[in-house]
Write a protein that binds this ligand. Structure first.
Ligand SMILES: Cc1cc2nc3c(=O)[nH]c(=O)nc-3n(C[C@H](O)[C@H](O)[C@H](O)COP(=O)(O)O)c2cc1C
Length: 186
């Protein structure tokens, strides 16, 4: 099985990127293939129906769609912006949704979020489920909201708290099983 993994943040020191990297490392340790994307690879103009009508889906959205199509699962670690998820991510999803056939149909998704506050971006993740489900993705019912993100990682970018580390690893393991079931072993 193959997984497309990315964080919805452009910041080089992004805590969501650290979380996405942790998932990538665990999947690789389980001998699963990982396609780790940097968010800037999917930079796009704002969705515009006129541009779509005249020139179709832009190249970076098509690249996103093709990379997602080549995977069984998509792991997204997203910051929370104003109690929701970033508009840039909605924009990527909106452009991708104009591709035919839908490259995301039947994929699974694991959602994670790291924020400096106590709730760890849980509200943003709840919002993010909706467009993914509209695009026929099987969103794993459990999510990983990581609060107090500035203190959550060790210098080696591992989760500092042992219980949190166990919870994260168990979640990724369960998600692998979920994806295996839904993609007939991939
Ligand atoms: C426009 C904007 C809105 C934000 N709104 C929230 C919010 O609603 N809840 C929250 O916990 N953090 C909020 N934050 C803080 C982000 O969660 C924080 O910057 C996050 O750590 C960024 O993730 P990154 O390190 O992966 O870039 C907001 C940040 C920005 C730039």
């Amino acid at each position: 099985m193959r997984f497309l993994i990315f964080a919805a943040s452009h910041r080089p020191e992004s805590v969501n990127r650290k979380l996405a990297k942790l998932a990538a490392r665990q999947l690789q340790a389980s001998n699963l293939a990982v396609d780790f994307a940097e968010y800037r690879e999917f930079d796009l103009p704002l969705y515009n129906d006129d541009i779509y009508g005249k020139s179709g889906v832009p190249a970076s959205a098509r690249i996103f769609g093709e990379r997602a199509a080549g995977a069984q699962g998509i792991v997204i670690s997203s910051p929370e912006y104003n109690w929701s998820y970033p508009g840039t991510l909605k924009n990527i999803l909106d452009w991708t949704s104009r591709m035919k056939p839908n490259p995301l149909a039947g994929k699974t998704a694991l959602l994670m979020s790291a924020t400096p506050g106590s709730r760890g971006g849980i509200v943003g993740l709840t919002h993010l489920k909706t467009p993914l489900e509209a695009m026929q993705i099987f969103v794993f019912p459990k999510v990983f909201p990581l609060g107090y993100s500035e203190k959550a990682f060790t210098d080696a970018d591992a989760l500092a708290d042992a219980r949190q580390r166990q919870r994260f690893e168990a979640l990724v393991e369960e998600y692998i099983g979920f994806t295996r079931k839904l993609s007939n072993g991939g």
